[in-house]
Design a protein around this ligand. Structure first.
Ligand SMILES: *Cc1c(COP(=O)(O)O)cnc(C)c1O
Length: 386
């Protein structure tokens, strides 16, 4: 019988339930697909609800683990238990991926050093630029796929407080050697955070490779239906920084600052996450088929694909041609975002905030779960030189 998480009432003592655990939890024996389907459900007993209900509550009767819903909600617990088990840590849901990223950056003391990828999700790039411009942090940006350069940057000068990893990078798809980078960062006492939005815990588990914190835009694959904005962090239970109480600090700040996730969004995200494995399997299969054909396409100069996942970036010659392709598709949608069931594409540099290291003619393709021949027919027609 699958192990069940304790019901919310017994999930007491918020202060201790996320402390590092020595014994592997029994649910760690379950495969990810099983955790996705069975995680965060009410305990089995006659008459119990099968699905965690949407909890719309502002407060709780005194004496329990949580007294006010800015600090906790059973719907959050169900989502966090499921995501935490998938990543192998303790999850915290945030109002957006961006809010989650800022919560990590806020751990860096004023004047601290941050190492980060040269190309990185544009919102993260803006946050890092703001910190550097204001003088609140010293930020070093290096190609995250160039491991020797990353290690040299970590070793040079005063020790970094935080090494930020994103792998694969949005939208240029470089892949980081998380294990090697995390070991070097830890040797200098730095906290290691990895944005795992593109890979999802099904394709990469950075906490098992030494990262202390994983960040997600839940908006993307985890929720998977382009109908919510949501984020999450997952902290390692065996982090070398556990003494510093990273989880407790992030959780306390989330409550105090109060820009929290609505329970309805979290409920939808957990509902969407139930099918992550089957959605991703189809999307990845579609992507692999499209990559092989795009590599042969006369209208495509370069295909970027890390060999896994369902995001493909292509370069088509120049920005106006990329815009023309985005205008010409009819089944694909020219829209930002990614990771939903529907296929989207966009020219990333149309956004002023996109890092200049992203080619102006790059189109990012988020491959959905439609029929691949329909996807190809539309793309092939839009890409034909006119
Ligand atoms: C979209 C995205 C984010 C930001 O998440 P939001 O939920 O939109 O705030 C962060 N990282 C990556 C890699 C993303 O693709």
């Amino acid at each position: 019988m699958p192990s069940q998480p304790p019901p919310p009432g017994e999930r007491a003592n918020e202060a201790t339930r996320h402390l590092p655990i020595q014994e592997p939890e029994r649910h760690n024996e379950l495969a990810a697909a099983t955790v996705l389907v069975s995680g965060g459900r009410p305990a089995h007993h006659p008459g119990a609800e099968l699905t965690q209900p949407l909890s719309l509550n502002a407060t709780y009767i005194a004496g329990g683990a949580v007294d006010y819903a800015r600090s906790g909600n059973p719907t959050w617990d169900a989502f966090e238990d499921t995501l935490g088990r998938l990543e192998g840590g303790s999850a915290l849901v945030f109002a957006s991926g961006t809010a989650a990223i800022h919560a990590v950056l806020d751990l860096v003391p004023s004047g601290g050093r941050i190492g980060a990828p040269r190309t990185v999700y544009s919102g993260t790039a803006v946050a890092l630029d703001d910190l550097a411009t204001s003088g609140d942090a010293e930020v070093t940006r290096v190609d995250i796929a160039d491991t020797p350069a990353v290690l040299a940057a970590i070793a040079a000068g005063p020790a970094p407080e935080l090494v930020w990893i994103e792998s694969p990078v949005n939208p240029t798809l470089e892949v980081a050697d998380v294990e090697t980078i995390a070991a070097a960062a830890h040797a200098r006492g730095a906290l290691v955070a990895a944005d795992n939005t593109f890979a999802t815990p099904l394709l990469a588990r950075p906490l098992t490779q030494g990262a202390d914190i994983v960040a997600h835009s839940v908006t993307k694959y985890l929720a998977g239906h382009s109908d919510v904005i949501l984020g999450a962090l997952v902290t390692a239970q065996n982090s070398v920084h556990r003494e510093a109480g990273v989880y407790e600090s992030l959780r306390a700040k989330r409550s105090r600052r109060g820009a929290i996730a609505g329970p309805a969004e979290v409920w939808l995200a957990l509902r969407g996450m139930r099918t992550l494995h089957v959605r991703l399997e189809r999307a990845c299969a579609n992507a692999a088929t499209l990559v092989a054909r795009l590599r042969e396409h006369p209208g495509v100069m370069r295909v970027r694909y890390p060999g896994f996942g369902a995001i493909i970036s292509i370069e088509v010659g120049d920005a106006s041609r990329a815009d023309a392709v985005a205008d010409a598709v009819t089944l694909w949608t020219n829209a930002t975002s990614l990771g939903g069931v529907e296929s989207l594409l966009e020219r990333r540099r149309r956004h002023a905030a996109e890092p200049v290291s992203v080619p102006t003619d790059l189109l990012r393709l988020s491959v959905g779960i439609e029929d691949v021949e329909d996807l190809w027919a539309d793309l092939d027609r839009a890409l034909r030189p006119t």
